[in-house]
Write a protein that binds this ligand. Structure first.
Ligand code: THG
Length: 259
């Protein structure tokens, strides 16, 4: 399971300030600690990126990859910023994200091909966020079809069934898991899958969030999840992940397996 660190986000006060001031030090420090904690990718979230998005994304990609050897997941709605990030990026980038509308898919799939990147496809279209597993499956089908049309392998597509907060939309969590189990029937090889895990505990009290996140992660992995945008600095979350690998016999057990 691919761990994509959620932490480099313009909405976080300290890092947002560092991004605006082009102060590399706090960003590099966090990036190093995330890799050290077990991140495989770093999600670089610059929000809508309407003002100076391309310059900021290019600066972040260059600044981080100069000091830390890790690939990045470029998280913004601004397509020009995605493109600027891809041009500066070393290794295989992930584009975060396209939705299932023809307009977005037609703009972003050619970039996946051109830069040999991967892309997250949200099960979201003109009619908004789906209400059940079947609606999610339908949009996932459109995403896989469009990827193939542009010569993008399903393995370079990460379908995101969109996890919603359990506080407020309790019935949706199960639909997300159900839909994920269905995605394996979409193509051969099947597309990969990803979620923004912490969404599930948004607007729940702080003392509940880590528990909600880690149980949800294990449920999703059992349903075949390939990647999660999550917090690798949450020690108990990472311990749950390691324990899953032990109990499924993927990693050899030792009393010290958590060290
Ligand atoms: N799918 C995809 N991309 C995504 C999401 C998704 N990107 C953004 C988001 N969802 C995933 N990333 C986060 C990052 C942080 C939080 C939740 C999801 C979070 N942060 C704390 C909060 O808001 O309360 C506070 C963080 C802080 O300030 O330290 O919950 O679903 N493809």
């Amino acid at each position: 399971m691919l761990v994509v660190a959620e932490n480099i986000n313009i909405r976080r006060t300290k890092l947002g300030k560092a991004m605006k001031e082009r102060n590399s030090e706090p960003i590099i420090e966090v990036a190093k600690s995330l890799k050290e904690a077990g991140a495989d990718y770093l999600d670089i979230n610059i929000g809508p990126g309407t003002k100076g998005g391309p310059e900021l994304m290019e600066w972040l990609v260059t600044t981080i990859q100069k000091e830390v050897e890790i690939p990045l997941c470029l998280d913004t709605k601004n397509i020009d910023a995605i493109k600027a990030g891809l041009e500066a990026h070393k290794g295989k980038a992930i584009i975060n994200s396209t939705d299932g509308t023809q307009e977005q898919m037609n703009k972003l799939m050619p970039l996946v091909k051109e830069f040999n990147a991967a892309i997250i496809g949200l099960t979201l279209d003109e009619s908004g966020i789906p209400r059940d597993a079947n609606e999610r499956f339908q949009i996932a089908f459109n995403l896989v079809t469009k990827a193939m049309e542009f010569g993008v392998s399903p393995e370079d597509l990460y379908i995101d069934p969109i996890i919603l907060p359990v506080s407020g939309m309790q019935d949706q969590v199960n639909y997300t898991i159900e839909s994920m189990e269905m995605f394996s029937q979409l193509s051969d090889p099947p597309p990969n899958t990803i979620v923004g895990l912490s969404n599930v505990s948004q607007s729940s009290p702080d003392e509940l969030r880590s528990l909600l996140n880690r149980i949800c992660l294990i449920m999703l992995i059992c349903g075949g999840l390939s990647a999660a945008i999550m917090d690798p600095l949450d020690k108990e979350l990472m311990a749950a992940l390691k324990t899953y690998d032990i109990l499924t016999n993927k990693v050899l057990y030792a009393h010290s397996y958590l060290d």
